[in-house]
Design a protein around this ligand. Structure first.
Ligand code: SF4
Length: 288
């Protein structure tokens, strides 16, 4: 029998729970103006999103479009919900102009980042933001001001040329705690006066640490959506530890997987992965 280590913590993080609670409340409120639109996926998990689509929620999701552009797809006035990833200020004003009722499910951790960036910009700072281009959280931040310089790597940093002594540095909440230190150090090397404000959220930090502290196993399985940033980082951390790691959305992806020579498996999941998807994986392996 294969030995299984379910790495804890797992289940929805605080930000995802918060967003789901908000959506459930909107759905159960008879005064909610219909239709109900989700601007992008509320959280990055297609199974959860499909449940809400079945309840009549219209999910506006097109990877090629910004949140601002997605608003143009709304033809009937109703309620629009902003996802846990946050949106840029222009999205608020445009949704208002369109006469939509607005419900904001932005994660409180992301809101803190928006607020701090706005404060520093008002104080005349240039911002260096470490993030992933095209990710909705990153898009929401970059829309705050043109004084935000996105970097994803040290190569990007080397191309930066900021002529301002006042520099504030922060980051996307779901990056790898094991990658970011090197980038912070390089920034301080180039801009010694820069204020570094690490904003990787607590849920991301403790899950990555738990992966790093696990015992060595033959295989680590990360359950989560391919578009989820925190899920992808869990895989990266596990690989950094030297463990063969695969990422799957659901148990179905294991049906053709060969478990030859695999005696021990660890399992973790992203912060937007429902518990039942992990339970199904464990049940399947237990029955091998
Ligand atoms: S992973 Fe972190 S930032 Fe993202 S929703 Fe969860 S708590 Fe918020």
């Amino acid at each position: 029998m294969i030995k299984i280590n379910r790495i804890e913590p797992q289940g929805f993080c605080g930000g995802v729970n918060n967003a789901i609670k908000i959506l459930d409340k909107v759905l159960s409120n008879s005064n909610t103006k219909k239709p109900i639109y989700l601007l992008g996926n509320l959280i990055h998990n297609k199974f959860v999103m499909n449940e809400y689509k079945e309840k009549g929620v219209i999910v506006l999701d097109n990877k090629e479009k910004t949140r601002l552009e997605l608003l143009d797809e709304i033809k009937t006035k109703g309620t629009v919900i902003f996802s846990a990833h946050g949106v840029e200020p222009k999205v608020y004003s445009k949704a208002k102009e369109l006469g939509l009722d607005i419900i904001d499910a932005t994660c409180p951790y992301v809101k803190v980042v928006h607020n701090k960036i706005s404060t520093y910009i008002n104080d005349g700072y240039q911002i260096i933001y470490i993030g992933t281009s095209k990710h909705p959280e990153c898009e929401g931040v970059l829309g705050i001001s043109k004084n935000i310089n996105l970097i994803t790597s040290i190569d990007d940093l080397n191309k930066l040329n900021i002529n301002n002594d006042k520099i504030y540095v922060t980051n996307q909440t779901t990056l790898s705690i094991y990658d970011i230190k090197e980038i912070f150090d390089s920034i301080l090397n180039k801009y010694p006066n820069a204020i570094i404000d690490d904003k990787i959220c607590n849920a991301t930090t403790i899950r990555q640490k738990a992966i790093m502290e696990q015992d060595i196993v033959d295989l680590c399985i990360i359950v989560g959506d391919p578009s989820s940033s925190n899920t992808k980082k869990l895989k990266k951390v596990s690989e950094l530890k030297g463990i063969k790691t695969i990422m799957i959305e659901s148990v179905k992806e294991l049906y053709n997987y060969s478990f030859d020579n695999i005696n021990s498996i660890s399992i973790s999941s992203g912060a937007s992965t429902p518990k039942y998807l992990v339970d199904e994986v464990i049940e399947y392996i237990n029955n091998k």
